[in-house]
Design a protein around this ligand. Structure first.
Ligand SMILES: O=C(O)C1=C[C@@H](OP(=O)(O)O)[C@@H](O)[C@H](O)C1
Ligand SMILES: C=C(OP(=O)(O)O)C(=O)O
Length: 412
């Protein structure tokens, strides 16, 4: 294959879309433009439109499970919340404990601390004259930021608002800031004092919002350019220079792995191939969803990348550390656990020659390994997993010259 050239559509951000959907429901109106076609967002939209449902199935969508748990609990719904087998292994105790303190009655239906859950209604603390007193919560930040985002979004509707004391290391902090930014866009202020977040009781205002493209999805195009021959460049529309998404960090990371980013007018970015560094060090605490993309590129290019902040990877769609270790090894790559929270990605004699990549029900495994097709042929098992965040992924790959067999079928 010669140099990679062209333009690829990225989906709209599922993280922004799913927050905007919850907040719009709480605001009682507002028009959302460019909502994501990701299954996670389609699902959120459908579930919010079923006020009489007695069972809500969040499938494998973390934001749907966590945001809806808070939203449905605080709006007093009596409903069962469930998900895929993997969702039943993804912890939710931190959120349930916090919601119980806010007056929600919630039962675990199977394993303590994990979905499925039964919501049995809510008795919020009565409002008093004393409006300066927030309801205080202590919430640990090292398991998932989604609990904190879920609580913040319902905060303005609570009689005393909410003061959250964040405990321990806080992972995925940019997602919390994205939540605050969207709340503010819909007229609700959230004070960020570092370890303390404060939301007063206040009304959301129905407002319009246009969702930005998804920087996590953009990372797979960065990977493609990094692996492509010299002279390659790609244009990606709908990505903003000033983004609310922490995964815009891919710009800086890929600058070291050989991809230069130029911001063009009309919310477009142009990626072009440059020379990579030999060794890179990167903390993924703020951007865990980029880890797989970076590990695969590091291994394929034979660059030694020291990766930290990967703790949450073990409790996502799959254990992403184990999945990467097994799949990279098929190519001569590795992700070594060096202890003290440090991993090193790299390779010895990396070769792409017809290997089969297992995807473990994880969209990011499929998309992180797919760009390796620039170096040889490979098979991706369960290609439909991409529908979680990027249903058009295979089609877009074909558009810029990748050959897929079978040709991509519609995902919905
Ligand atoms: O709030 C969000 O939209 C997300 C937060 C992150 O999860 P954690 O906070 O669990 O790390 C991220 O991995 C996920 O894809 C989306
Ligand atoms: C971890 C992810 O999503 P979620 O936690 O919302 O299921 C992801 O999209 O990589």
């Amino acid at each position: 294959m010669g140099p990679l050239r062209g333009s690829a559509q990225v989906p709209a951000s599922k993280s922004e879309s799913n927050r905007a959907l919850i907040i719009r429901a709480l605001a009682g109106g507002g028009t959302l433009h460019n909502l994501s076609d990701a299954n996670d967002t389609q699902l959120m939209q459908r579930l919010l439109q079923q006020p009489a449902a007695t069972i809500v199935d969040a499938e494998d969508a973390g934001t749907v499970m966590r945001f809806l748990t808070a939203y449905l609990a605080m709006t007093g719904r009596q409903v069962e919340l469930t998900g895929t087998a993997r969702m039943k292994e993804r912890p939710i105790r931190v959120l349930v404990d916090a919601l119980r303190e806010l007056g929600a009655r919630i039962e675990y239906l199977d394993q303590e601390g994990y979905p499925p859950l039964r919501l049995l209604g809510c008795t919020p603390q009565p409002a008093t004259e004393e409006t300066s007193n927030f309801t205080e919560l202590r919430v640990r930040g090292d398991i998932s930021s989604q609990y904190i985002s879920a609580l913040l979004m319902v905060g303005p509707t609570l009689p005393h608002g909410l003061r959250i004391w964040l405990e321990g290391k806080v992972g995925s902090r940019p997602y919390i800031r994205m939540t605050q930014a969207l709340m503010q866009h819909f007229g609700a202020q959230c004070r960020d004092l570092g370890e303390v977040l404060e939301v007063r009781p206040q009304a959301y205002q129905p407002t319009d919002y246009t969702v930005e493209g998804d920087w996590s999805a953009a990372s797979y195009w960065y990977a493609a350019v990094a692996l492509a021959p010299a002279g390659s460049h790609l244009t990606l529309p709908t990505l903003r220079r000033y983004s609310w998404q922490g995964d815009q960090a891919i710009v800086g990371i890929m600058a070291q792995l050989g991809v230069h980013t130029e911001y063009l007018a009309d919310e477009q970015v142009r990626l072009s191939k440059t020379t990579p560094a030999k060794e890179v060090m990167q903390d993924f605490t703020d951007c865990p969803d980029l880890a797989q993309t970076v590990a695969v590129v590091a291994a394929a290019l034979g660059i030694s990348v020291t990766m930290t902040g990967l703790e949450s990877l073990r409790i996502k769609e799959t254990d992403r550390i184990a999945a990467l270790q097994i799949e990279l090894a098929k190519f001569g790559g590795f992700l070594l656990d060096e202890g003290e929270g440090r991993f090193r990605a790299g390779s010895e004699g990396f070769r792409v020659a017809g290997q089969k990549v297992a995807t473990y029900h994880d969209h990011r495994m499929a998309m992180a390994f797919a760009p390796l097709a620039l170096l040889g042929s490979l098979a991706i098992e369960e290609p439909r997993v991409v529908r979680k965040s990027y249903p058009q992924f295979w089609r877009e790959l074909e558009k810029v010259g990748f050959v897929t067999d079978p040709a991509p079928a519609p995902m919905f």
